[in-house]
Design a protein around this ligand. Structure first.
Ligand code: IMP
Length: 218
């Protein structure tokens, strides 16, 4: 039996990862129009809720959305919810915080590289164990009227590599070494391996548990 969900993102990397992890469960993802709701909250949950409601109401049916990013403890958990366009911000030290925003208009792939350069530069001189980091994800399923049916949060732990390595994946994958990846960055893993251990995999396991209960409802 096929379960159909709209997918509330236009990030093709996320769509591929979510689609591939959910494939075995018989879930089919239906693309949505790009609507770019403004992510105004200072946390992942707040932004995930904004996206979920906006996309579900626009699509007119059950919609999966997520907000995700990298948190680096030594940088006061930056880039955090600002992960996607981190290098468009000035960054202040003591304490680490975001400063002025200068929108660059760079494409997603172009800015990914600049984001990685910036994190590596900010982490220069910081040694283990202070290079600890995690990928965080909040996933939401919303109904056409905006009601939130599922909210899951999960993480993948690791640390920041000394330099960029690997060609696979997207975003911060070239600088993130998982605690269980034997010193390889996520971008050095083949995509099936990343899909087995990532934050997205873990939250989709929670989603599958919810889906089982949801489908059994009278
Ligand atoms: P969002 O579209 O606002 O949720 O942006 C998420 C951003 O976090 C992406 O653009 C990436 O920079 C980063 N990110 C999220 N998940 C991953 C991942 O699995 N690998 C690498 N970077 C990620």
């Amino acid at each position: 039996m096929t379960h159909r969900f709209y997918i509330g993102t236009t990030n093709q990397h996320k769509i591929r990862e979510i689609g591939s992890i959910l494939h075995a469960t018989g879930c089919e993802l239906i693309p949505t129009d790009k609507i770019d709701p403004e992510e105004t909250e200072p946390d992942f949950v707040g932004n995930a809720l904004i996206k979920a409601r906006a996309y579900a109401v626009h699509a007119g049916g059950l919609t999966i959305s997520e907000d995700s990013g990298l948190m680096v403890a030594a940088l006061n958990n930056l880039p955090g919810p600002w992960s996607a366009r981190f290098s468009d911000f000035e960054v202040h030290r003591d304490p680490w915080r975001l400063g002025a925003h200068h929108p660059s208009g760079l494409s997603r792939d172009e800015i990914d590289r600049k984001n990685n350069d910036l994190v590596l530069e900010l982490m220069r001189g910081i040694e283990q164990p202070r290079r600890a980091a995690m990928f965080k994800v909040v996933m939401i399923v919303a109904a056409a009227d905006g009601e939130i049916l599922f909210k899951g949060e999960n993480e993948a732990h690791g640390w920041i590599a000394p330099e960029m390595r690997g060609q696979n994946g997207f975003g911060y994958d070239p600088i993130f070494i998982g605690h269980n990846t034997f010193d390889r960055t996520y971008a050095e893993l083949d995509r099936h391996r990343k899909d087995l251990i990532s934050h997205r995999r873990k939250v989709l396991n929670d989603f599958q548990d919810w889906l089982g209960r949801f489908l059994r409802q009278p």
